[in-house]
Design a protein around this ligand. Structure first.
Ligand SMILES: [Zn+2]
Length: 89
């Protein structure tokens, strides 16, 4: 099975995918998604993809995002690039 980004499903260059873990889950993220993930500033479309896979994730929980996946307190301003294959939420 090809490794791909858990958020945007990027898999063109699997060698640049990052794996990171918290105490509950292990995430595979591309460079484009890694930064907003750790900053708690994901675009709502990507948040919706991730929350389905990782429903109890500390990094996605409701101190950081509202019910629609809007970031409430991103650590810094994020400039998004949402790949066209990400489902519109
Ligand atoms: Zn990604």
């Amino acid at each position: 099975m090809t490794k791909s980004c858990d958020a945007c499903r990027y898999n063109e260059f699997p060698e640049i995918l990052y794996t990171l873990s918290d105490d509950k889950y292990t995430y595979v993220l591309c460079p484009n998604c890694l930064t907003p993930f750790v900053a708690h500033g994901l675009h709502s479309n990507l948040w919706k993809v991730l929350i389905k896979k990782f429903p109890d994730s500390f990094n996605l929980h409701d101190d950081f995002y509202d019910d629609e996946g809007n970031a409430l307190q991103p650590a810094w301003d994020i400039h998004y690039h949402i790949p066209p294959w990400v489902p519109k939420g």
